[in-house]
Design a protein around this ligand. Structure first.
Ligand SMILES: Cc1cc2nc3c(=O)[nH]c(=O)nc-3n(C[C@H](O)[C@H](O)[C@H](O)COP(=O)(O)O)c2cc1C
Ligand SMILES: C=C(O[C@@H]1CC(C(=O)O)=C[C@@H](OP(=O)(O)O)[C@H]1O)C(=O)O
Length: 371
């Protein structure tokens, strides 16, 4: 499967940035779900470009459901969501069609598709394709929330500026998640928000770009979700997270910092709280052996600085194979952290919902419910 993901809830993504429309088919949703489409549209709005720190391409991103939906409920057959591209400016790309943008997918698309790719706006490789991911992810997130599972992300770092990390105690963490999910600029500390915004603006004013780290937490996921070996929670989420354009690293719990400690310093000691098995610390980010241990899931993604900058760059012309200078003209995001966090939440929701369904089937089999 190339553009599809999932075993139980399967999503298939389609479209190009400057084509007529982009969209997603979600297969496997039960019949009779009364989804809150206003909430889906609210999450779409959190991904939309806003202000000086985003691309000047403004798209309404209105979702249109063309199958699998009848009289306010899912029908149980594939739910297809279309999102129109209404504000394309393809001439920006015509001028530099063969001048490969460093760090974007122009060259690799040529290498794979021999020039038949729709190059306009990066085609299928555009961050634009994350709009349908959010539409599908917002539905998955709703279904998880109905079962007490909440997902949220914030900008932990942007270039030289940082936010406070997520709280370690669960009630505070849940409050933080709920607050972030109502914010357009997802930063926990207000002062840090101002500084991070300023760093993005400065990069934009300089014709440059910045990246950073998004920190994500999930509360309410019960112990026992995840399928070792190959569908461990880390494997499934990493697969999805690395599918998000510009994500270049993922770490769970302490991640790469584990390298600097002794086991005695970072083992998560078990304890019992209100009759439940818990751990005193959560250095493993809520996962042991690929399976949730009931503690909050915690991970971080690093997002590279946006490839398309307005400073002149060295590149080559794909046709002539000559070195050339490249001056990008179009409309680009100088930073994407604030827009990408809802994409990160969305793929997380899709991965966890799928694993929850797998676990439900397994639990049913244990009870003999499949006979
Ligand atoms: C929401 C979103 C918006 C993006 N906007 C831009 C953009 O305006 N310009 C750009 O060069 N890259 C942008 N990107 C990143 C590119 O799509 C990405 O770097 C490119 O497809 C190459 O993939 P890679 O970075 O994963 O190798 C965006 C990504 C996301 C998730
Ligand atoms: C349109 C969106 O972002 C686009 C993502 C993108 C890229 O290279 O990824 C490049 C730009 O495309 P264009 O040159 O067509 O304006 C962004 O505007 C969106 O996210 O909805």
């Amino acid at each position: 499967m190339k553009n599809s993901f999932g075993n139980n809830i399967q999503v298939t993504l389609f479209g190009e940035s400057h084509g007529e429309a982009i969209g997603v088919v979600i297969d496997g949703l039960a019949a009779g779900l009364a989804l809150d489409l206003d909430h889906v549209q609210k999450r779409m709005a959190q991904r939309q470009a806003k202000g000086r720190i985003s691309t000047q391409r403004h798209e309404p991103d209105a979702i249109r459901i063309v199958s699998g939906w009848f009289e306010g409920h899912t029908t149980g057959t594939p739910l297809t969501i279309l999102i129109e591209n209404t504000n394309t400016r393809s001439k920006d790309y015509e001028r530099t069609r063969y001048r490969l943008r460093p760090s974007h997918a122009d060259y690799t698309a040529f290498a794979k598709y021999d020039g038949f790719q729709d190059f306009r706006g990066g085609g299928h490789f555009s961050g634009r394709l994350t709009a349908p991911i959010v539409a599908a992810g917002a539905i998955a997130q709703q279904l998880l929330e109905q079962n007490g599972v909440f997902i949220g992300s914030h900008i932990l770092r942007c270039h030289s500026e940082s936010d406070h990390p997520f709280a370690t105690d669960e009630p505070t963490l849940k409050e933080q998640i709920l607050r972030l999910n109502d914010l357009d600029f997802p930063v926990l500390d207000e002062e840090s928000a101002g500084r991070i915004h300023a760093v993005m603006e400065a990069a934009a004013n300089d014709g440059d770009s910045v990246g950073g780290i998004i920190e994500t937490a999930v509360v309410g996921l019960p112990a026992g979700i995840g399928e070792p070996f190959f569908d461990s929670i880390e494997s499934v989420l990493s697969h999805l997270l690395f599918s998000v354009p510009a994500v270049k690293g993922v770490q769970f719990g302490l991640g790469f910092d584990f390298a600097s400690y002794y086991g005695s310093q970072v083992n998560d000691a078990f304890c019992v709280q209100d009759g439940q098995i818990r751990t005193v610390t959560n250095h493993n980010g809520g996962i042991n052996g690929g399976i949730s241990n009931g503690m909050p899931i915690r991970f971080q993604c690093v997002i590279k600085p946006t490839a398309s900058i307005f400073k002149e760059q060295d590149t080559v012309d794909y046709q002539t194979k000559e070195p050339v200078r490249l001056q990008i003209q179009g409309r680009h995001d100088p930073a994407i952290l604030h827009r990408a966090r809802v994409v990160i939440d969305s793929v997380t929701a899709l991965g966890l919902l799928d694993l929850c369904c797998t676990n439900q089937a397994y639990q049913g089999m244990k009870k003999g419910e499949c006979q």
